[in-house]
Design a binder for this molecule. Structure first.
Ligand code: 13P
Length: 250
């Protein structure tokens, strides 16, 4: 069965709750495409307003982060049941910005992935190499390691529902997109390692996104690649261009 494409916006630290509602109302008619799963991952404080604003549309709301404990003395963190209580279906885990600025590691990523599945939230698990790593020729080894740790103790049934986002760090917010061949090479390697950890059926089912300066001009070529099942879009998800990305096939 063909994998359904999944195109998610990562708003990062942009938009107040009232700005979020305005942006959703602007984008709602532009992102109507039933052939694609459309997700807006928004700042935690925007989630209640965003959930209301997307009612009756094809947009699902995701979070940008989540903690791996149920509740307790973790000042400033967001618990998984706070997300599910509002109707959140997806959560980005281990974005490179969280790894760089907030000390997230492969181990905390794994804990968060397990916790998300426990609560029925689909994790969008991020991986990606730095420019130095790419120049050193260790991209595939690095990504394989990130994936192996992220999926420790994750069952095959869970893994089938997971989303992986391959985001080369050098392509994020730089306007420097990976070529479609570079992106495909790594996404295919990710599918291969999932096949090694689990089996062929799991590798075939899991959805792998590309992220890093995806825009209205390059989305169609990237999404035409056999192992690229969607996009995780930063800057362009805050603009009408996101509608063109979601409708790349029209
Ligand atoms: P840009 O699309 O702004 O490069 O960001 C990509 C990203 O980090 C999505 O998570």
């Amino acid at each position: 069965m063909a994998r359904k494409k999944i195109i998610a916006g990562n708003w990062k630290m942009n938009k107040t709750p009232s700005e979020a509602v305005a942006l959703i109302n602007e984008l709602k008619p532009l992102v109507a495409n039933d052939e694609v799963d459309v997700v807006f991952c928004v700042p935690a404080i925007d989630i209640p307003a965003a959930i209301e604003a997307v009612k009756g549309s094809n947009i699902e709301i995701g979070a940008e982060n989540m903690y791996f404990e149920e509740s307790g003395a973790y000042t400033g963190e967001v618990a998984p049941n706070m997300l599910t209580d509002l109707g959140v279906k997806y959560v980005i885990i281990g974005h490179s910005e969280r790894r760089e600025y907030f000390a997230e590691t492969d181990e905390t990523v794994n804990k968060k992935v397990l916790k998300a599945f426990e609560h029925g939230i689909t994790p969008i698990i991020c991986c990606g190499e730095s420019l130095t790593q790419r120049e050193q020729g260790i991209t595939i080894d690095w990504i394989r390691q990130q994936i192996k740790i992220a999926f420790l103790n994750v069952t095959a049934d869970q893994a089938k529902k997971a989303v992986i986002a391959y985001e080369p760090i050098w392509a994020i917010g730089t306007g420097k997109t990976a070529t479609s061949d570079q992106a495909e090479e790594v996404c295919a390697a990710i599918r291969q390692v999932i096949g090694e950890i689990y089996d062929g059926a799991t590798a075939e089912a899991i959805r792998i996104q590309y992220g890093g300066s995806m825009n209205a001009g390059n989305a169609a070529e990237l999404l035409a690649k056999p192992d690229i099942d969607g996009g995780l879009v930063g800057g362009a998800s805050l603009k009408p261009d996101f509608g063109q990305i979601v409708n790349y096939n029209k």
